[in-house]
Design a protein around this ligand. Structure first.
Ligand code: ATP
Ligand code: ZN
Length: 222
């Protein structure tokens, strides 16, 4: 794809829990997107910006590489990215107060739990291995982390791991799988991120303009 030097590039989730939130925020900031839902990019009609619709997991990379100046992503995905890359070139410029959820440790209802030491020598299945490893290290617990890219809540039943660490908002999914949360590992909300790489002057200015519009939207929400 040809990157237009005179326009900003904003990465948002194509399909998922952050899609509507992201579109609404940009809309609230006065940006009118041109293309429909299935396009991979959209031109903004009334502001020099292009929107890229991608997997949420790719958003930190795009912003760190400077392919996009801005992105909207879950704090959990950003944190996992930060822990896995050296000197990640991204900063959080706004907390969006939405898409709140927590990474929680959970286990089958019958599993006994006397605090983090109950994890010693056990396996934990998660999509967020770095966040879980840091949490374990902070508590000096020696457990092994198994990375799964989805369906983490099946791990205990499949005997992959007796514990899981997964995103929870209402707890309904845990309950439906006979699991209960035993500890909070990371609290998350959607965040607006910006590249910390140097950006051409035109785009720097556009970025400031966009950011102040978004901050305006967020202030009226508080
Ligand atoms: P993609 O196809 O883009 O990779 P995904 O399946 O990884 O999508 P979603 O399920 O759409 O991602 O979740 C995106 C983000 O929404 C999560 O990373 C998290 O920050 C947030 N979120 C809020 N509540 C929940 C929840 N109950 N379960 C999972 N994610 C949640
Ligand atoms: Zn994802």
């Amino acid at each position: 794809m040809l990157i237009d030097e005179d326009r900003l590039h904003i990465a948002i989730q194509k399909n998922g829990r952050l899609s509507d939130i992201s579109r609404d925020l940009l809309k609230g900031a006065g940006l009118r997107l041109q293309n429909g839902r299935n396009a991979l990019t959209a031109r903004v009609e009334n502001f020099a910006a292009d929107i890229m619709f991608v997997r949420d997991d790719d958003i930190p990379t795009f912003v760190a590489d400077g392919v996009c100046e801005f992105g909207i992503v879950g704090g959990n995905v950003l944190e996992e990215f930060r822990l896995s890359s050296r000197g990640p070139a991204v900063e959080i410029v706004a907390e969006l107060g939405t898409a709140r959820c927590s990474l929680k440790l959970a286990a089958p209802d019958a599993t006994s739990w006397d605090g983090p030491q109950s994890l010693a020598g056990q396996r934990i299945a998660t999509s967020y291995p770095r966040i879980v490893e840091r949490w374990l290290a902070e508590r000096r617990v020696d457990a092994s982390v198994v990375k799964m890219n989805g369906a983490v809540e099946l791990a205990p039943r499949l005997k992959i791991a007796p514990f899981i660490c997964d995103l929870v908002s209402t707890g309904a999914t845990l309950e439906a799988n006979g699991l209960r949360a035993v500890a909070d590992v990371f609290d998350s909300e959607a965040v607006l991120i910006r590249t910390t790489r140097s950006v051409a002057a035109v785009r720097q200015e556009l970025g400031e303009a966009l950011l102040s519009r978004i901050q305006g939207v967020l202030e009226t929400k508080d």
